[in-house]
Design a protein around this ligand. Structure first.
Ligand SMILES: CC(=O)N[C@H](C=O)[C@@H](O)[C@H](O)[C@H](O)COP(=O)(O)O
Length: 226
């Protein structure tokens, strides 16, 4: 799987229940469209969406399950329950929140990682800071990403990708680094490869969330810069 996505584009096809495209059928078609467009992999949310994507599209999948728990801010593959759901699909990589925030029910990140590996899958760490990326590598994650940069209270809040963080991770870590989050334009994508030297990159909303794409066009008519 890793070789397949190296230096290529992974497209995240996700629509949560509150989003207009929430539907496994639609996410399957999104994934197929991404495949036809030349993507090398898909990132997808929920067992149902992944099973539909696997049915219709031949690209390897990075799987996550987003579920909110009362006692934690962590919602991307937060407990053993979500990992076990993903193990019922053929996703090659299981991604999870690897931030320092406490997980629901006292769940330990190391236990989730062990479960992923016992299931014969690779594990991807969604981090928000350099320290979290470093800790994820030390724990034994196979790939590390900056997915949650800007989404924890203590991480840098930027409108686009955190190029400096990506570059530091690539320079100082040994595991493959995946750029994910806020890659809003083809130019951003070019830069995470050329300037930061990342292993692979995931683009989501800029390709698969039409409400977000529309808003970007509407904004220029309102006279403000994006
Ligand atoms: C923070 C969070 O929940 N991120 C999620 C992680 O799976 C997705 O909602 C993002 O779409 C994905 O990371 C890709 O990022 P962008 O859509 O910015 O290209």
């Amino acid at each position: 799987m890793l070789e397949q996505i190296k230096n290529k584009l992974v497209v995240s096809c996700q629509a949560l229940p509150e989003e207009p495209l929430h539907s496994s059928l639609i996410m399957g078609r999104m994934a197929l469209a991404a495949e036809l467009g030349g993507a090398a992999g898909i990132r997808a949310q929920s067992k149902a969406d992944i099973l539909e994507i696997e049915r219709i599209c031949s690209l390897p999948v990075i799987g996550i399950v987003k579920r909110k728990y009362e006692d934690s801010e962590v919602f991307i593959t937060a407990t053993e329950f979500e990992v076990n759901e993903l193990l019922e699909t053929n996703c090659a990589i299981i991604a999870m929140d690897a931030t320092k925030r406490p997980r629901p029910n006292g769940t330990q990140l190391a236990d989730l990682l062990a479960l992923v590996h016992a299931g014969g899958r690779l594990a991807m760490a969604d981090c928000s800071t350099f320290e979290e990326c470093l800790a994820a590598q030390a724990l034994g994650f196979d790939v590390v990403s900056t997915t949650l940069c800007g989404y924890t209270s203590y991480s840098e809040q930027l409108d686009g990708p955190n190029f400096a963080l990506l570059k530091r991770c690539v320079t100082e870590l040994q595991v493959p680094i995946i750029a994910e989050g806020k890659i809003n334009t083809p130019e951003d994508l070019r830069r995470v490869y050329d300037e930061c030297g990342v292993y692979s990159a995931v683009v989501g909303g800029a390709i698969t969330r039409p409400q977000q794409i529309t808003a970007r066009f509407v904004k220029v008519l309102e006279g403000s810069e994006d």
